[in-house]
Design a protein around this ligand. Structure first.
Ligand SMILES: [Zn+2]
Length: 315
């Protein structure tokens, strides 16, 4: 295993907490499902409520540049049942290109930019792929294809006026080697690939659930030959409070994850930010504030990355 990153935690702090939400894009409740497009009246209203009640909380919104996925599961069932052929086609209807492109939803983008203590990270170009694993956008593409795809994301962000942080949470958690190479080519700095909500917490625990396996469960860690920083996701709505305490007591990063979309047709996402999950996070954060006070570092993936790269430059 590559070494943990030094200096990610400011001196005097016992541990850190960050919060991120995936799948943010302009879909409204009048579309197939809401993903932030209803702004304060939708899922982002829950986020605003949390930000207001917890003045130290920082948020990373992993946002998709031009969301085209409609169904995460194949709806073209016959085609989906034919080996070989099914990998060469889109197995569900998609939004036409550009429908959800961020630079065509100015009001939404302006709203995101006004949210306090909120940064925007990358979460795919279209959030869909040919074949049965629809939401896993990064699969067998080449380094050049990934570089082009990342370039397109960045140019959409630029034309939308979004000042993003330099990292990706890959759709469906998958981060192939060629993607990591293209990220370095594109000057991106962190990848939040591994989600693990089950592995027992300890200083040397490694991830073994979704996305990258064998990276630290609780610390930011260098990957890809020390050229990218990996950020774990280690806490969600299904975890007990004890897991959060264990992560902090081990001097780790409590990385709480939510999703912007709760329900897509018959598919329900456990950690979609609804009222119940919002209230659970509120309780968790209140508990952490009371127990740890100033000894806890409230941070974000973007901030940690800047600190670590900055401190590496100086040594
Ligand atoms: Zn996603």
């Amino acid at each position: 295993m590559e070494k943990y990153s030094d200096n990610w935690l400011p001196p005097g702090k016992k541990g850190a907490v960050c919060f991120s939400m995936d799948d943010v894009h302009p879909s409204r409740s009048t579309d197939y499902y809401e993903a932030g497009g209803d702004m304060e009246k939708g899922v982002l209203g829950h986020l605003e409520w949390l930000l207001e009640r917890h003045p130290n909380l920082r948020v990373t919104l992993f946002t998709t540049a031009d969301w085209r996925e409609i169904s995460p599961r194949p709806t073209r069932k016959v085609l989906a049942s034919i080996p070989y052929l099914r990998d060469r086609f889109y197995l569900a209807k998609r939004w036409p290109k550009g429908t959800m492109r961020l630079d065509r939803h100015r009001e939404f983008v302006d709203y995101l930019k006004k949210l306090p203590r909120t940064e925007i990270g990358l979460h795919g170009l279209y959030h869909c792929h040919k074949g049965p694993k629809i939401p896993i956008e990064f699969q067998g593409q080449s380094r050049e294809e990934f570089a082009e795809l990342l370039g397109e994301i960045l140019s959409i962000f630029q034309s939308a006026g979004i000042d993003h942080v330099s990292g990706i949470c890959p759709p469906g958690w998958n981060s192939p080697h060629a993607l990591l190479e293209a990220m370095v080519d594109t000057d991106l700095r962190f990848i939040a690939s591994a989600r693990d909500l089950f592995t027992h917490v300890s200083a040397d625990a490694v991830t073994n659930m979704h996305g990258m396996k064998g990276v630290s469960l609780i610390y930011p860690q260098w990957v890809h030959g020390g050229r990218l920083l990996h950020m774990p996701s280690n806490f969600s709505c299904s975890n007990p409070l004890d897991r959060a305490i264990e992560i902090i007591e081990n001097g780790g990063l409590l990385a709480i994850k939510a999703h912007a979309v709760k329900k897509v047709f018959a598919y329900v996402s456990d950690d979609g930010l609804d009222l119940a999950y919002r209230n659970f996070i509120d309780m968790l954060l209140t508990f952490l504030e009371d127990r740890y006070g100033d000894s806890l570092c409230w941070t974000s993936m973007g901030e940690i990355t800047s600190r670590v790269f900055e401190s590496r430059k100086m040594t």
